[in-house]
Design a protein around this ligand. Structure first.
Ligand SMILES: NC(=O)c1ccc[n+]([C@@H]2O[C@H](COP(=O)([O-])OP(=O)(O)OC[C@H]3O[C@@H](n4cnc5c(N)ncnc54)[C@H](O)[C@@H]3O)[C@@H](O)[C@H]2O)c1
Length: 349
């Protein structure tokens, strides 16, 4: 396969990132589906996409499609992924890969059964800065990484209040599932993907419970739907233990009475610590008998983003670095945080 042909499932906000990403990586998006004609029409017009359907079943009938991106709401990821794998397509699925562990396990099994690649599109792992940290860790520059910490805090940033984001049956959860997965997965990756063994977590729902009274300046994925649901958390905090004693703490919120914090990840190694914030990388350590803090600059151009990597897997048979199995581990972690909060105790994985 030289220039893969791609189908996009779901023509909402994130589909643009996928179409742009594939185009940059040398693949061609030839089909898109969405029950909302108006949504898919925008993408068809902007990107000259050949085929447009209202259902995935029609899209999967196109033989020349090599792979699909699943950009539908969370509740449909499992169903859409399994259908696509069954139809002989490779799949990149948006995060979270599923609503629960059972669904995620089915997806991983289907990829094995049909011999296709299932990649989780955890984009924050594929930033140059994150790949740089990955290289440095693999070269032993941090020494043993024993603790990590991460956060993504929005002061008032509940998306689409009353819509699918805030309806548990459709989203699987609140900020933990929506933005927490990004920072927790990225930090876990920076640590070298140790095996999690137990989780203690707490989730809270304080803001947005009364949909009409929620105070905000603007609303991404809005406007609010006063007749809709808000049955997910708006803040979560967690403490995770890993196999060899490593630990991680995480805090994420859609709404909280504290300042906004753009997503950041910190790993603490015996030789060196690293803080990733946006595209910046800061290293904390010692130089001789002095204590050092260094801002690192490097050439980001050799690093591929998620679509570049997926196309590399398809064309050059490169091993997928963000397989369904990693999404399954994340799903287990997130679900354990919810369970721990509910049972008010540590959960063993
Ligand atoms: N990686 C990231 O940074 C990132 C950012 C935003 C969203 N996402 C993920 O992408 C997914 C979509 O989010 P979004 O922001 O684009 O949401 P969105 O609501 O803008 O778009 C979802 C689209 O899916 C369509 N859809 C509904 N049922 C469908 C079906 N049966 N078949 C095909 N399409 C269907 C909807 O009509 C809508 O157009 C979510 O899983 C979300 O978590 C990821």
């Amino acid at each position: 396969m030289k220039f893969p042909k791609i189908g996009i499932v779901g023509a909402g906000a994130i589909s643009k990132d996928h179409i742009d990403g594939y185009t940059k990586a040398g693949a061609t998006v030839i089909a898109i589906c969405d029950p909302l004609k108006a949504a898919r029409d925008i993408r068809v017009k902007d990107y000259n996409i050949t085929h447009s359907f209202d259902s995935i079943d029609e899209l999967l009938k196109i033989k020349e499609i090599d792979a699909v991106s699943i950009c539908s709401p969370n509740s449909l990821h499992a169903e859409h992924t399994v259908k696509a794998l069954q139809a002989g397509k490779h799949v990149m699925t948006e995060k979270p890969m599923a609503l629960n562990v059972e669904q995620a396990e089915k997806m991983v099994k289907a990829a094995k059964k049909y011999g296709k690649i299932l990649m989780c599109g955890h984009n924050q792992r594929f930033t140059p800065v994150n790949q740089k940290v990955d290289e440095m860790r693999a070269n032993g520059e941090f020494g043993h990484v024993y603790h990590a910490k991460c956060a993504w805090i929005r002061k008032r940033g509940i998306p689409g209040l009353g819509g699918w984001f805030t309806t548990k049956a459709l989203s699987g959860g609140g900020p933990l599932i929506d933005i927490g997965i990004h920072v927790i997965d990225r930090t876990w990756h920076m640590m070298g993907k140790p095996r999690p063994v137990s989780v203690s977590g707490a989730t809270y729902s304080v803001f947005g419970k009364n949909i009409n009274k929620y105070v905000c300046k603007d609303m991404w994925a809005g406007p609010r739907n006063p007749k809709g649901k808000m049955d997910v958390e708006d803040f979560a905090s967690a403490f995770i233990r890993f196999e060899d004693g490593q630990t991680m703490t995480a805090e994420v919120s859609w709404a909280a009475n504290r300042s906004d914090e753009d997503s950041w990840s910190l790993i603490m190694g015996e030789k060196l610590g690293a803080l990733v914030k946006g595209n910046s990388l800061t290293l904390y350590g010692e130089r001789g008998n002095s204590i050092s803090t260094d801002q690192i600059d490097f050439d980001p151009s050799p690093y591929k983003n998620r679509h570049g990597h997926f196309v590399d897997c398809l064309v050059n048979k490169v091993k997928c670095t963000c397989p369904g199995e990693d999404g399954l581990t994340m799903q287990k972690l997130l679900n354990a945080i919810y369970k721990s909060s509910e049972k008010k105790m540590e959960i063993k994985l």
